[in-house]
Design a protein around this ligand. Structure first.
Ligand code: ARG
Length: 466
């Protein structure tokens, strides 16, 4: 490889990199997707250079026009990416240099280290917005299903055993809370990304009279009042990969949530539960068993969550042993975050489609929730209100559960006399406890599944998800 192949840094070398080294060290095959952000960064940087008099307004204009033309070519798929130019930054700079002589001044007071940090911060702001919108879409699908099935009751589960009755909407709104926190986490990442690295240089800034605040403003790294935000330590700026970890963690946490939601959907759609029917559009059949309808979208959501966790782990391990500041290892930071973005975006859409297309088997839900044992705790509460200490009340109910099992009867079909023999605190009205509607209406506190509280949550989500 000729020495001249590395026009940006090749002059102190007598030999060019081996072909194998080029293939090994290139990142353009994956970081080319940073092009719009790299070009925005270069436009802001050159505008700043002109602002402080390091380049002329004419040179700035020529650089901007050249960059715009390159971006148009890239968007049209006509730009020729070259592996021998290593990465997105050098590909664009070289293409610009071939067209615009002033491009030789573009890298004044800049290093690829603060450049890549800037590109990624711009990318994180974009990526978190896209994912936030997609998760919002999932939440809207959830609200639609909850609204269409507002009156449906199902058993809530602990240990995968029937526990207490809830409105289906209450269960769906539990998922909603998880997704809401995922959106908040992404917004936090966006806020953390909102500091401009440019001016940090390779490690120790520059001797040239630059204006970091100007560049920050031009790129939108500003606070709520429009004041520029620039990073405060040049060494930390080029070494820091916290945002990568935070972004991957936000995606991985969403992954855990979607996986748990998927697991609920898989259970609910099984013949054993049959609470719901998943949409054909998100299921597949068996190549052998003609009767099968498999919940593949849910299973893949569960599976992909492992991949999102893996990406987080890759980034944590990548960063942990590195001395300050930049080390080339850090180039490996991009494939995991890009993969987390792509997979999270896809998963959020698939989750929205799966939830949006599901229908309820209302009679199966009604049959499951009619199990009187679900109200055993309410019966203990009934005894508490009649003066029985809770621990004794718990036993008094446990004893009649045992009796019901022995007699092979549902809890609410035991003879009152037998029940009163177990504890005289059971009044003649004890069976009223098994009125499901009444039982739910008694759950009046915030966060509980009573009808008034659920109505409040409907109002809250309708407003929040507009
Ligand atoms: N492609 C490199 C990366 O993604 C850009 C920074 C290169 N900096 C350097 N000092 N070699 O990490």
């Amino acid at each position: 490889m000729a020495k001249s192949s590395q026009v940006t840094w090749g002059s102190r070398f007598t030999a060019g990199p081996a072909e194998l080294m080029l293939r090994f060290s290139e990142s353009v095959s994956f970081d080319h997707r940073l092009a719009p952000f790299d070009i925005a960064g270069s436009k802001a940087h050159s505008a700043m250079l002109a602002h402080v008099g390091l380049i002329s307004p004419k040179e700035r204009a020529a650089i901007h026009a050249g960059l715009d033309a390159i971006l148009a070519e890239i968007s049209a798929g006509k730009f020729k990416w070259e592996i021998k130019l290593e990465d997105v930054h050098m590909n664009i700079e070289q293409a610009l240099t071939q067209r615009v002589p002033a491009a030789a001044k573009l890298h004044t007071a800049r290093s690829r280290n603060d450049q890549v940090a800037t590109d990624m911060r711009l990318w994180f702001k974009h990526a978190t917005t896209v994912l936030g919108e997609k998760i919002l879409g999932t939440q809207r699908a959830l609200l639609a299903v909850a609204t269409a099935n507002r009156d449906v009751l199902i058993p809530g589960y602990t240990h995968l055993q029937r526990a207490q009755p809830v409105y289906l909407a209450h269960h769906l709104f539990a998922w909603m809370e998880m997704l809401q926190r995922d959106r908040a986490r992404l917004a936090d990442v966006a806020a953390h990304a909102n500091w401009c690295p440019l001016g940090s240089g390779a490690i120790a800034g520059t001797t040239l009279p630059i204006d970091r605040e100007f560049t920050a403003k031009a790129l939108g790294f500003v606070d709520a009042k429009g004041r520029p935000q620039v990073t405060q330590n040049s060494m930390d700026t080029v070494a820091d990969r916290d945002l990568f970890i935070e972004f991957a963690a936000a995606c991985a946490t969403f992954g855990v949530h979607m996986s748990r939601i998927a697991e609920d959907l898989i259970l609910w759609s099984s013949t054993e539960f049959k609470f719901i029917e998943l949409p054909d559009a998100f299921c597949t059949g068996s190549s052998l068993m003609p009767q099968k309808k498999n919940p593949d979208s849910c299973e893949l959501l569960r599976g992909k969550s492992a991949r999102l966790q893996g990406n987080l782990h890759t980034l944590l391990t990548l960063a942990k042993g590195l001395p300050l500041t930049y080390n080339r290892d850090l180039q490996e930071d991009k494939p995991p975050v890009f993969d987390s973005f792509d997979q999270t975006a896809l998963c959020a859409d698939v989750l929205a489609g799966t939830i949006g297309g599901m229908t309820l088997h209302r009679e199966r839900c009604a049959a499951a929730v009619a199990d009187p044992a679900l109200l055993a705790t309410d019966l203990a509460d009934y005894l508490v209100l009649r003066g029985v200490p809770f621990r004794q009340a718990h036993h008094a109910v446990g004893d009649i559960v045992k009796l019901a099992e022995k007699l092979g009867l549902p809890l609410n079909q035991l003879p009152t006399v037998e029940v009163q023999k177990i504890n005289p605190a059971y009044g003649d009205d004890w069976l009223e406890v098994f009125d499901l509607k009444r039982a739910l209406a008694k759950r009046t506190g915030t966060g509980m599944p009573g009808p008034k509280q659920v109505a409040k949550q409907f109002a809250r989500w309708q407003k929040a998800l507009k």
